[in-house]
Design a binder for this molecule. Structure first.
Ligand SMILES: Nc1ncnc2c1ncn2[C@@H]1O[C@H](COP(=O)(O)OP(=O)(O)O)[C@@H](O)[C@H]1O
Ligand SMILES: [Mg+2]
Length: 241
């Protein structure tokens, strides 16, 4: 079986500075894969390049064909979605209107998509007429994820979904990520909250200075002495936040 997403030997540069160097990553249908790494490691750069927001060198195969040269719209149409770190909601539009904007990829299924998103995020249903700008941080993250899911992606890429959220809300968000997997959506999760990410993921990659330095089953990565020392152990917070 071939991977759903197969990133092969990908490099991404800002001008002359290479922020991502020769990384390779696969994710299979229905899998949760996490990339952990300190601030500045290159995680956001890699997700943005996979989505087509930044140009890259190398190969990206998704759901069959090579997509490295496609524009963002065509990647969305192929079933790829990214929830960016800054969520990028329309603050002066309602929850419902923000969700509607995500439905363009699958317009015929809009009613069913609303039902599915409101089932995953009952809070969004309660607040469907509220302006997005007035939601709490956790609700805004849910709305950003919900909007991406309105397009029925096969792979959802999440950039730091727990950033700036209270621990109780982080637990809610991670529970929903688990629900997505159960619903058959593959998830590529970028997180500085390595502990929570490794608990939920099937496999993990550790990124340092633009390169993957370690990868494997999430349970094995979580007990690797280097990971424990740098990302999980006592004092790790100083490095990862
Ligand atoms: N727009 C940009 N222009 C130039 N350098 C950038 C830009 N965005 C990020 N970088 C640099 O690229 C590296 C990786 O950044 P980033 O992908 O945001 O890391 P992470 O998401 O892991 O925190 C960092 O050294 C950062 O300073
Ligand atoms: Mg980032």
């Amino acid at each position: 079986m071939s991977a759903l997403l197969d990133i092969r030997d990908v490099s991404v540069a800002y001008g002359k500075v290479e922020a991502v160097r020769s990384v390779s990553l696969t994710i299979n249908d229905g899998e949760i894969v996490t990339i952990i790494g300190a601030n500045g490691a290159g995680k956001t750069t890699l997700l943005n390049a996979a989505m087509g927001i930044l140009p890259l060198k190398g190969s990206v195969v998704f759901a069959g064909p090579e997509i490295a040269k496609l524009d963002i719209e065509d990647r969305v149409a192929a079933g790829l979605a990214l929830v960016p770190e800054h969520r990028e909601l329309f603050a002066s539009m309602t929850v419902e209107e923000n969700l509607q904007l995500g439905a363009f990829r699958a317009p015929k299924e809009t009613a069913a998509s609303f039902e599915r998103v409101y089932e995953l995020f009952p809070k969004l249903k309660e607040r469907q007429w509220q302006l997005a700008g007035t939601l709490s941080g956790g609700e805004q993250q849910m709305l950003a994820m919900g909007r991406a899911l309105m397009g029925r992606p096969r792979l959802l890429m999440l950039d730091e979904p727990s950033l700036g959220l209270a621990p109780r809300i982080v637990a809610d968000i991670f529970k929903i990520i688990g629900d997505l997997k159960a619903a058959g959506v593959a998830v590529l999760l970028v997180e500085q909250n390595a502990k929570a990410a490794l608990e939920i993921a099937d496999r993990a990659y550790v990124m340092e200075l633009g390169e993957f330095v370690l990868d494997g089953q999430a349970s094995a990565i979580a007990t690797d002495p280097r990971v424990v020392a740098s990302y999980l152990g006592f004092g790790a917070d100083a490095k990862t936040t």
